[in-house]
Design a protein. Structure first.
Length: 301
């Protein structure tokens, strides 16, 4: 029998599938945190492969800010229907209407941080003890501090200085009552790995990732998609540009990039040539140097 060595994408896939199967084995009720972005879509694809021909044992949890791209919501619903997945949607708008959170005002207003309370409430109400996320260590310095199995206390908070060691792919999922884990199967992937895997596996992606015409405006070094609920500064002008998203989230904080990339191969070539990171296009990360870590400590994705 010929010796066969896995290539780097096969190794990453194998590792991620192993982590997902560990989640299914160690926890009672788990979910996938689904944003509609490429990383969470890849997680769903990996989960399907990990448990085929059985149904995916994880529920999809989407925190809807009410300010999502329409294309994201449509893609989510189509994906759920196609693969017969379970979906739970937590609504930030409902939390605002019920007075649980206060909406920000002003030109820099965003609902991104308001997702935290809705997410934690959803996890608690549904009694999820593990939530699988698509965070990668190359995205942002705070995410580089995460383990595969990342412990959260009874308040859903994260302590980056109290992480459990993970030796030889042995994961410790022990927890006290009310605590849960965030699990990151694609921690060791890069943005390039994700897109190369998408190309290899022929995974369908939302149209937002490919070049299209959109009304945008320029603010603090970032092109932002314009929506009726966004307040402009006096000097800002809405113009139509040919753009695409590198990362997808709430419209108010999702920067777009000027691009002519119309397919996955074009995107891979574009990423190989760029010097900017995808998180560099997230406007909410510009609020402070520790913006992401502060939100993660409070229970963010």
């Amino acid at each position: 029998m010929d010796n066969y060595r896995l290539n780097h994408l096969e190794e990453l896939e194998s590792e991620a599938i192993f982590v997902m199967r560990e989640v299914a084995a160690q926890f009672d009720k788990s979910c996938i945190l689904f944003s509609g972005g490429k990383d969470s879509i890849v997680l769903v694809h990996l989960a399907i492969k990990a448990f085929y021909p059985a149904k995916v044992p994880f529920t999809l949890v989407h925190v809807d800010t009410g300010h999502n791209f329409e294309e994201t919501i449509q893609f989510r619903d189509d994906l759920v229907a196609k693969h017969n997945l379970n979906l739970i949607v937590g609504s930030v708008q409902e939390a605002i209407d019920q007075g649980k959170v206060v909406e920000e005002t002003g030109v820099n207003a965003s609902r991104n941080k308001l997702q935290i309370g809705t997410l934690l409430e959803t996890l608690e109400n549904e009694k999820f003890d593990a939530a699988i996320g698509g965070a990668r260590r190359d995205e942002e310095k705070a995410r580089a501090k995460e383990r595969f199995f990342s412990h959260r206390d009874e308040f859903g908070q994260w302590d980056p200085k109290n992480q459990r060691p993970e030796l030889w792919n042995i994961f410790n999922g022990k927890k006290a009552w009310g605590e849960h884990f965030r699990v990151f199967p694609i921690s060791n992937w890069t943005e390039m790995d994700v897109w190369q895997y998408i190309l290899k596996e022929k995974i369908e992606m939302p149209s937002l990732y490919f070049t299209h015409k959109r009304n945008v405006f320029y603010r603090d070094g970032v092109w932002l998609a314009h929506a009726p609920f966004m307040e402009l500064k006096p000097e800002e002008e809405v113009v139509e540009k040919q753009v695409r998203c590198r990362t997808i989230g709430d419209i108010t904080c999702t920067g777009v990039t000027l691009s002519d990339a119309s397919n996955v191969k074009d995107i891979i070539e574009e990423i190989a040539a760029t010097r900017s990171t995808e998180r560099g296009l997230r406007y909410d990360d510009k609020r402070s140097e520790t913006a992401m870590e502060d939100r993660k400590k409070q229970g963010y994705f």
